[in-house]
Structure formats: structure tokens, C-alpha cells
Design a protein around this ligand. Structure first.
Ligand code: ZN
Length: 279
């Protein structure tokens, strides 16, 4: 059995859900920071952040990303901060998607290919992802390589061959999105076997697939992402109380399986990142 420490990520908000669907969805910077800190106390090492505007709509506004980071750090919280560059899957111009890098996250998402995303087209053409990787490298931001199907692994490896992404590679397999790979054990194992030796990988899955795919990752030596971005429910018919509640359950299960959640500092070492920003 794998007993390595597990890196737990919390994706607090995303760019899709609304307070109408879940009144506890954090959208204001203060709410997102609070959800991050509470999740950290329950065992999360990474927070994956999307910003929302005053009306709760997704935004790439740099000031909002900066504010969220400041509020997290102001609470003495050393979580690894991962800013989204997804732009809400086709809802903003490519250029705006670079904005969050200027806020100095340690990690940022790099969506490694284009796809149909539910009813939208999520465009991540080769020149865009190459430019994104270049900017991340220049800004010392480590890419979290988001992979929605196995073809995207090859797209990312093209960037690795150009030395635009440095090892250790950090993959996030996003399963169960309509248009991407389904959330099955077979698909996850196929993706795990598709990435180079020495990679670290995590899995998240949408809706009811979230927990089973997280548990599978615990069992087979991966890392796991939970949170309201991917799933609003604790169990069928029952909304989750909070992001922290989802993290607490995952940490509990991981510990029962012999996998202690990594602290942010331990996760930094595993990902080849530098010292804590709090030091
Ligand atoms: Zn996201």
C-alpha cells in the first residue's frame, strides 16, 4: 500500500456555480480567503482560486486575485496558492487569462488543450498554451497541468520538450466533464500511465464522481482535489456545508488509509518549489 504523504487541494469557487445553487459558495475575496484558511486547517496544502466580481460573475481582475492572496496571508496561512488561468472556459479573451500571474501565485493552472466543455468550446490552442507556459516560467509560477483527456498529455509534453515546463511535473486530471474523459478507474489509470516517470499527479472529478475518484487516488498513490468548484454536494441530495467539510472528509479517509496530508511546506518540497512565502 502506498503510504506517501498526500497533497490535498481545495478548489473553493470555480467560475460556474452561483450562490443561487449553493448559498455558501464563496465569491467575495473575503469569503474565498476564509474558505481557503478553513480548508488549510483541515489539511489542504493548495488552494485553487477563481476570482468573482461584485455580482458574483467570474472575472480575471488582477486586483481581486491580489486581494484574495493578501487576505489569506494576513491570517498567517502558508497555503500554496494556485490561481486559475482558465478564463471561465471561453468567457473572456485570451489576453485577460494571463492577468492572475501578475499577482504572484506559486502555482497556476495551465489547461493543456482545447475541448468541447459542456455546451461551450474551451479554446487552448498551441500558441496560447506555449505563451502561457513562457509567462509562467518567466514569473516563476509552476504550472499545474490540467488534463481533461489523454491527448492533452501530449500537448503538455511538447512544452516540456521545449523546456517551458520544468520537472517535477504536476498534473491535475479533471475527470467527468462532458466533452472530456469520463470519471472511471480505467480512464484515471490510463492517464497515470501516460505521464512521465517522476511526475506527481492529482485528480479531481465533477459532481458525484468527486469522492470516488479522490478515494481511488488515495489508494493508488496520487494526490487529490476536492471543493465546491467541482461538486456542491456532500452526498446525494445534501449540499456540502463548506469547502472545509469536504477537505476534512478527504483528510480523514486519507489518514485511515495511511496517507497523512502534506503540509504546504511539505508539498512545496515535493513540487520542487522554494521556501514558504511566510518565512
Ligand atoms: Zn478551476
Amino acid at each position: 500500500m502506498n503510504t506517501d504523504k498526500i497533497i490535498l487541494s481545495v478548489a473553493t469557487t470555480g467560475s460556474w456555480a452561483s450562490k443561487a445553487q449553493h448559498p455558501g459558495l464563496p465569491t467575495a475575496p473575503e469569503e474565498i480567503a476564509q474558505a481557503a484558511v478553513e480548508s488549510w486547517r483541515e489539511g489542504a496544502a493548495i488552494v485553487h482560486v477563481h476570482a468573482r466580481d461584485e455580482a458574483g460573475k467570474m472575472t480575471c481582475d488582477l486586483a481581486r486575485f491580489r486581494r484574495i492572496k493578501e487576505l489569506i496571508r494576513a491570517q498567517g496561512c502558508d497555503l500554496l496558492i494556485n490561481f486559475s488561468t482558465s478564463g471561465g472556459a471561453g468567457r473572456v479573451d485570451e489576453g485577460e487569462r494571463f492577468n492572475s500571474l501578475a499577482a504572484g501565485p506559486e502555482l497556476a493552472s495551465l489547461d493543456a488543450g482545447s475541448m468541447n466543455f459542456n455546451q461551450r468550446v474551451f479554446l487552448n490552442p498551441p500558441d496560447f498554451i506555449e505563451e502561457l507556459a513562457r509567462r509562467m516560467l518567466a514569473a516563476h509560477v509552476k504550472p499545474e497541468i490540467e488534463v481533461f483527456d489523454s491527448g492533452m498529455v501530449g500537448n503538455a509534453l511538447t512544452l516540456v520538450e521545449k523546456n517551458l515546463i520544468q520537472p517535477p511535473l504536476w498534473w491535475q486530471f479533471v475527470l467527468g466533464v462532458r466533452g472530456g474523459a469520463p470519471a472511471t478507474a480505467r480512464d484515471l489509470v490510463h492517464l497515470v500511465e501516460s505521464v512521465p516517470a517522476g511526475s506527481l499527479w492529482s485528480v479531481c472529478a465533477v459532481g458525484r464522481h468527486q469522492l470516488p475518484m479522490n478515494v481511488l487516488a488515495i489508494a493508488i498513490g496520487g494526490h487529490a482535489r476536492t471543493g465546491l468548484e467541482d461538486n456542491l454536494y456532500y452526498r446525494r441530495g445534501e449540499l456540502a456545508q463548506s469547502n472545509a467539510q469536504l477537505v476534512a472528509r478527504l483528510a480523514r479517509i486519507a489518514r485511515e488509509c495511511g496517507r497523512e496530508p502534506a503540509t504546504p511546506q511539505e508539498a512545496r518540497a515535493m513540487l520542487g518549489l522554494g521556501d514558504s512565502p511566510m518565512a
